[in-house]
Design a protein around this ligand. Structure first.
Ligand code: HEC
Ligand code: HEC
Ligand code: HEC
Ligand code: HEC
Ligand code: HEC
Length: 426
């Protein structure tokens, strides 16, 4: 910790007009270097939520799926001066290792603040969002789209002007009063906590950014590969939906008076269960079981959204009285057996064949559920002996071809997750 701290006489006065007496204080050398471990001292719950999130695990060293692609596209994450095949700085780091991107560094373990991926300071220094479309038609992605501050940015800030005015002759300007039991390093002075010295971490209120999509869109709007093919476009999908509900409403719900930082998505079983309404109707008619399966996307973005290899598979099975399978919609994979049951975003090459994200030259079929779309899938099953039909909705982080190929990945990243089930007894 101590390496973040330097003594500075009177630096507080420059940092905050609220402080009237200049005293020797510890100031963080650069806000960019401040580790999330420092924040943990006081924001324990938020730290725990963040630590379990993909933001804290976004680098090639901690996310095995990203790491696999990064090594293919860019190379060794522990090498300095890494360049892509076209001689460019790896754009991936702009979003996956934001603090390294700001230093144009590529050795991800060189600093704690790099290894931490999208850490507290990466988000909490966003002063303004300039959009991802740079003049001239190019995209500026991740940190390149943001204007950053040397001060932390918070959703509310500490509005102490009135307190100061009414404090009259109080030589501390009212700054000593605080309704929190924790010492507050955000109002211009270093503090001591359990014998530890915490540097001054000035913070200003910035509701306009922190409480709007601007805080997310630099990294979550859209991204193209080298051939201009859109690989993910959560922001674009959201724009089409014309929703006013911010990302924070769902991804940072208020829990116990504080915004939850778990920010779950495709890796989070709870979020996935919430994402869909799945209902099943079935009736027997003229020797057939007629089934309607209804799938409704609850989000103002696609389902699934994000990385192109996310996909959903719908499985419908008919059973006899002993639980034996009599009929299945897709004995192998619906991409082959039942295309309507496959919700995916496919990429292709010049010949129109399926292609991987780095090499795709055009979009393939996009059969995902559109924002708030409800889709009904109809089936006719031979009724003989059928007593039960069961539908299951499976979410996959990876296309099947990738899940089969990347045997080095942990099993839970390669296997489907059941996110909804419904049955009808006939
Ligand atoms: C020594 C304790 C301490 C440390 C360390 C600390 N904070 Fe805080 N922080 C506080 C207190 C006290 C508050 C005000 C009450 C509350 O929200 O808990 C606060 C509030 C905040 C807020 C909310 C401000 C708003 O606008 O509503 C943010 C954001 C924040 N801190 C970020 C950070 C970050 C990022 C770090 C690490 C770089 C950090 N804090 C380190 C004590 C600390
Ligand atoms: C991906 C971006 C992101 C990361 C990473 C992040 N935050 Fe936040 N944080 C936000 C946003 C956005 C808000 C405002 C949410 C709102 O009020 O709508 C926020 C709010 C807060 C608040 C105020 C909570 C409240 O509701 O009163 C604190 C404190 C805070 N963050 C601390 C931290 C700490 C500590 C870390 C690291 C352990 C961290 N944040 C990591 C984006 C982030
Ligand atoms: C500095 C870039 C950056 C910012 C700003 C940012 N994110 Fe992220 N976010 C990422 C990266 C990179 C990942 C993916 C990490 C991985 O899977 O390797 C991610 C992952 C996620 C995921 C989880 C995806 C999954 O696979 O489970 C959600 C949800 C998410 N972010 C929401 C948000 C929200 C909401 C905000 C704004 C409050 C935000 N992010 C701000 C970079 C960012
Ligand atoms: C109505 C609630 C809701 C809103 C609003 C919302 N999301 Fe989501 N989001 C979800 C749910 C539920 C999931 C999980 C299912 C899925 O992938 O669509 C999810 C998934 C994600 C993922 C995971 C993608 C992946 O690859 O795993 C990202 C990233 C994401 N959202 C970003 C955003 C951003 C950015 C915004 C704001 C523009 C936003 N979301 C708005 C509910 C919401
Ligand atoms: C504009 C920001 C941005 C850039 C640039 C970017 N990514 Fe990502 N990446 C994300 C976000 C956000 C997610 C997680 C949510 C989603 O799927 O959209 C993600 C997810 C991923 C995933 C899925 C990770 C998982 O856990 O399943 C892989 C793989 C990936 N990115 C590889 C790369 C590679 C390789 C590069 C560079 C060639 C790159 N990304 C560049 C923002 C970015």
């Amino acid at each position: 910790m101590s390496r973040f701290i330097r003594s500075a006489i009177g630096a507080v006065a420059a940092l905050s007009c609220l402080v009237v007496i200049a005293a020797p204080v510890a100031v963080a050398d650069s806000i960019r270097e401040v580790s999330s471990e420092v924040c943990q001292n006081c924001h324990k719950e938020i730290y725990q939520q963040w630590k379990g999130s993909m933001h804290a695990n976004s680098t090639a060293l901690s996310d095995p799926i990203h790491g696999t692609f990064y090594k293919q596209v860019a190379g060794d994450p522990l090498q300095e001066g890494l360049k892509t095949k076209s001689g460019a700085y790896p754009v991936c780091l702009q979003c996956h290792v934001p603090n390294a991107a700001l230093d144009k560094a590529t050795k991800i373990d060189a600093k704690v603040s790099y290894k931490e991926g999208v850490n507290c300071v990466a988000c909490h220094t966003i002063k303004a969002f300039n959009g991802i479309n740079a003049p001239g038609g190019k995209l500026r992605l991740g940190m390149a789209s943001y204007e950053l501050s040397d001060s932390l940015q918070g959703p509310a800030g500490f509005s102490r002007g009135l307190q100061q005015l009414t404090a009259g002759n109080d030589m501390f300007g009212g700054a000593a009063a605080d309704d929190s039991s924790k010492p507050n390093p955000h109002i211009g002075e270093a503090v001591t906590l359990d014998g530890k010295e915490i540097p001054s971490l000035p913070l200003e209120g910035n509701a306009g950014v922190m409480k709007s999509n601007a805080a997310c869109m630099g990294c979550h709007d859209k991204r193209n590969n080298a051939h201009g093919v859109p690989l993910c476009a959560t922001g674009n999908e959201y724009m089409v939906s014309k929703s006013d509900v911010t990302c924070q409403y769902c991804h940072m719900p208020m829990v116990g008076n504080s915004a939850d930082h778990s920010m779950g998505g495709g890796h989070d079983g709870g979020m996935l269960k919430r994402s869909i309404v799945f209902t099943l109707d079935a009736k027997t008619d003229n020797g057939k079981v007629l089934v309607n399966a209804t799938l409704k996307n609850q989000q103002p973005h696609a389902l699934p959204t994000g990385a192109p290899f996310r996909n959903i598979v719908f499985r419908l099975t008919a059973y006899d009285a002993s639980g034996n399978v009599l009929w299945q919609n897709a004995p192998e994979h619906p991409a082959k057996d039942d295309p309507q049951a496959y919700f995916a975003y496919l990429l292709s090459d010049d010949a129109g064949k399926n292609a991987m994200p780095p090499t795709a030259t055009q979009l393939g079929a996009d059969t995902r559920l559109r924002p708030h779309e409800q889709r009904v899938l109809g089936y006719e099953i031979p009724a003989e002996g059928v007593v039960l039909v069961r539908g299951e909705v499976h979410y996959n982080l990876l296309w099947k071809v990738l899940a089969d190929k990347f045997q080095h990945l942990p099993e839970d990243l390669r296997s489907p997750r059941t996110i909804a089930v419904a049955e009808v007894r006939l």
